[in-house]
Design a protein around this ligand. Structure first.
Ligand SMILES: Nc1ncnc2c1ncn2[C@@H]1O[C@H](COP(=O)(O)OP(=O)(O)OP(=O)(O)O)[C@@H](O)[C@H]1O
Length: 290
């Protein structure tokens, strides 16, 4: 079992912006969802975990090793799948993986060949091993990204917005693959897609403005809202009145009619009960923080 422990982490950038505010977390094997709107501090947190930047204060321990002072202790066990790799060199999939494996310290040639074949088969790209990666479709590039992240048998894998730009079928396939991997390693999935967290993660946290606002199992966080979510169709000009009298957590247009969803411990007049979902957890938590 791998463990990542974060204690009282703080990060203030040189311009004075405080991107991480007193964060403490404990993450074990499985998929952990880091959910938050743009600018919440997710990338700042991940970059600090992987040792790309030092926190202003606080501790990060990976399997009990202090990785703030010894980033190598995590780097040798890390697989990183960034949002976008930028431009790929004009190299075929096999050769590119071979190159990355060497950078990751897989020095034995036979071992390298074994790992590359295993991973290309696992992500369904073995038949495309001689094709240049820059010609791959979005989904194929993402799966290639997973293969490179898994080279060198990492114990912790960090993925940033992994399904951005994938069509629904590619997204499902990609998510199944991540879920498959996560039983033996820590996978931290940073995203603003509630749907991906709901489908994949056993534990999650919601963060905003550098703080952790909620932490728990998606299922339990949803159960906490049982009997507290209500909705109603209203006229556009009534919105402000409802917002000042009730806790409106979301609003959406359905066939051009405005529907609001509110959080309340008892049923507001003329509202209908709604079965809670993770979106409600997310919007409810964020609305308390705005
Ligand atoms: N190097 C930096 N110097 C100063 N401020 C920064 C720096 N990097 C990020 N920030 C600021 O810190 C805050 C958190 O940014 P961060 O990129 O961590 O958020 P995020 O949750 O990952 O958002 P996104 O989903 O948009 O990537 C933002 O207000 C951002 O402008």
């Amino acid at each position: 079992m791998n463990t990542l422990k974060i204690n009282n982490l703080e990060l203030t950038y040189k311009n004075g912006h405080q991107a991480i505010r007193n964060i403490s977390l404990e993450i074990k094997n499985g998929m952990f969802g880091l959910l938050g709107p743009n600018g919440a501090g997710k990338s700042s947190l991940m970059k600090t975990i992987v040792g790309l930047q030092k926190p202003s204060s606080g501790k990060i321990l990976f399997n009990n090793a202090d990785i703030v002072n010894n980033p190598e202790e995590i780097k040798k066990h890390l697989g990183f799948l960034p949002q976008d790799f930028g431009v790929y060199p004009k190299v075929n999939a096999y050769d590119l993986l071979n190159h990355i494996a060497i950078l990751k310290g897989v020095n034995n040639k036979v071992e390298r060949q074994k790992q590359i074949q295993y991973l290309l088969e696992k992500v369904n790209l073995w038949n495309f091993k001689n094709k240049e990666v820059h010609t791959f479709s979005g989904g194929m590039k993402q799966r290639f990204g997973v293969a490179q992240a898994l080279l060198g048998s990492p114990k912790i894998i960090i993925v940033d917005e992994p399904t951005a730009g994938l069509d629904p079928e590619e997204r499902n396939r990609f998510n199944a693959l991540l879920s498959d991997i996560s039983s033996e390693v820590i996978v931290i999935l940073s995203t603003h897609l509630v749907e991906d967290v709901k489908n994949l993660c056993s534990e999650m946290t919601i963060m905003n403005k550098g703080r952790i606002l909620k932490i728990g199992k998606p299922k339990e966080l949803i159960e906490d809202l049982e009997g507290k979510i209500w909705s109603k169709f209203i006229a556009n000009d009534e919105l402000e009145t409802y917002q000042s009298n009730l806790k409106v957590i979301s609003q959406q247009l359905i066939e051009r009619q405005l529907q609001i969803t509110v959080f309340a411990s008892t049923q507001p007049e003329e509202f209908s009960p709604v079965e809670p979902i993770l979106e409600h957890v997310y919007f409810n938590v964020l609305s308390q923080n705005n």
